[in-house]
Design a protein around this ligand. Structure first.
Ligand code: LLP
Length: 418
């Protein structure tokens, strides 16, 4: 569900016509809906209302400060994977004691920073990392609160690049090695074991993989008890899918209904790390048609956004609906909708049925709020787009469009070239 709807024949973000914002801020343009964001956050918050829990928004999906502030104000926590994300989360007002930190390659500096910040817990992904955290915690004089990210070997049946819970993946420690790692951690003087973490993949459209993973994690928590290891935080990661095309994902309430009975007899605090399901359908990328071109038998619609702005179609062959900002009754055609980047993989859609666009038409690439701007780059010397947040009839720039100056920010000319 989202709040980008046609009023008469004009696409609006909440109450504001998309065209109006494009006239002011140009294209390509990311536009987000405040209402969608908050509603999606509460879909989780309300679903798990009856059980102690923390919703930790996965910053990797979208780390714009205004988006984070929107969520922070409602009480949201954060799942971060770098010092940079930790900094952004705290800057947006997310309290450190609601921040969990995952990732297979945390550096010494990042570990130190997270310890000093007082995060809720490190989600440890290897024995080597555990040793590093213990050492740095000792040096810092702070006990490190940890969970192990365990890999439950569950097939999340999603795109191979975004599936993470199988044995062949680099994430977490194998379930079979979990107990020995917990026992090792228990012996370490600067480690405080408080949780178990698992995340099995992204864009998951069924409940069963979540339940299967949870059952494995619950079993582990039981097996740890005889060793005097009591788990307080059960972090079941993120990964709930959204509708890009016609997928139907379970509502958080459907998941809660199955999860809560399984844990109701325990005194856990449940942690969830949704990213896409909160912000994915809260954002669109608006682009302008530059040229139309027929090459042999193929029709191309060349737009002013590229794979540097939204890489999902190029990287995962991901489907995104593409809607005209102003509805029209032109004849239908099949075309590739492509960007200006010098790569054949620079496309938003292939052989897509659309009403023949004309020069200057505006198109909205839908469901672009998650892993859109956050995966953008300056490839081909392109300026990253502006971002706008709409709330009812109000709208505000939450990130300025980049300028040419931004393209060489931080670069230096060596003396021998002067
Ligand atoms: N927690 C952990 C440990 C994760 O690795 C991820 C995503 C999440 C939470 C959030 O998952 P979500 O609820 O957003 O599915 N760039 C890809 C998605 C990569 C996801 C990586 N990890 C895409 O555009 O589809």
């Amino acid at each position: 569900m989202h709040d980008f709807n046609y009023k008469k024949s004009e696409l609006c973000a909440e109450n504001v016509p998309v065209r109006k914002m494009v006239e002011k801020f140009g294209t390509p343009l990311y536009i987000y809906s405040y209402k969608t964001l908050v509603r999606h956050y509460y879909a989780f918050e309300n679903a798990f209302n009856g059980y102690p829990h923390i919703i930790c928004f996965a910053l990797k999906a979208n780390s714009n400060t205004a988006i984070l502030k929107t969520l922070a104000k409602e009480g949201c926590g954060a799942d971060v994977v770098s010092g940079g994300e930790l900094y952004l989360a705290m800057k947006a007002g997310i309290p450190a004691n609601k921040i969990v930190y995952a990732g297979v390659g945390k550096t010494g500096d990042e570990i130190r920073y997270a310890l000093k910040s007082g995060i809720l817990m490190f989600n440890i992904e290897s024995t080597d990392e555990l040793k590093a955290v213990n050492k740095i915690a000792g040096e810092s004089g702070i006990k490190a609160p940890i969970a192990f990210r365990v890999n439950p070997n569950i097939n999340a049946s999603t795109h191979p690049y975004i599936s993470t819970g199988l044995k062949k993946h680099k994430f977490g420690i194998p379930m079979e090695r979990a107990i020995e790692n917990y026992r090792l951690a228990r012996k370490m003087s600067n480690i405080n074991i408080i949780g178990i973490h698992c995340h099995i993949g992204s864009q998951i459209t069924k409940i069963s993989p979540f339940i299967d993973a949870l059952k494995k994690v619950l079993l582990l928590s039981k097996k740890l008890k005889p060793y005097g290891i009591n788990i307080k935080y059960l972090d079941i990661g993120g990964g709930l899918g959204i509708t890009y095309r016609n997928e139907v994902s379970p509502h958080p309430a459907d998941i809660a209904k199955e999860i809560i009975p399984l844990i109701s007899n325990n005194n856990f605090t449940l942690i969830l790390e949704p990213g896409r399901s909160i912000v994915g359908n809260a954002g669109i990328l608006v682009t302008k048609v530059l040229y139309l071109k027929k090459s042999f038998k193929k029709e191309f619609v060349i737009v002013d956004a590229g794979m540097n702005d939204l890489i999902r179609p190029s990287l995962y062959e991901a489907y995104h609906h593409i809607l005209p900002v102003k509805k029209n009754k032109r004849t239908e055609m099949h075309a590739d909708i492509v960007g200006p980047i010098c790569e054949s993989g620079d496309f938003f859609a292939r052989e897509r049925k659309i009403n023949a666009p004309a020069h200057g038409d505006l198109l909205a690439v839908m469901s672009a709020g998650a892993y859109g701007f956050s995966m953008s780059s300056n490839y081909n010397g392109r300026l990253r787009p502006a971002e706008i947040l709409v709330k009812e009839s109000e709208y505000s720039v939450i990130r300025e469009r980049e300028t040419y100056m931004d393209l060489f920010r931080g670069e230096k000319i060596p003396g021998f070239l002067r």
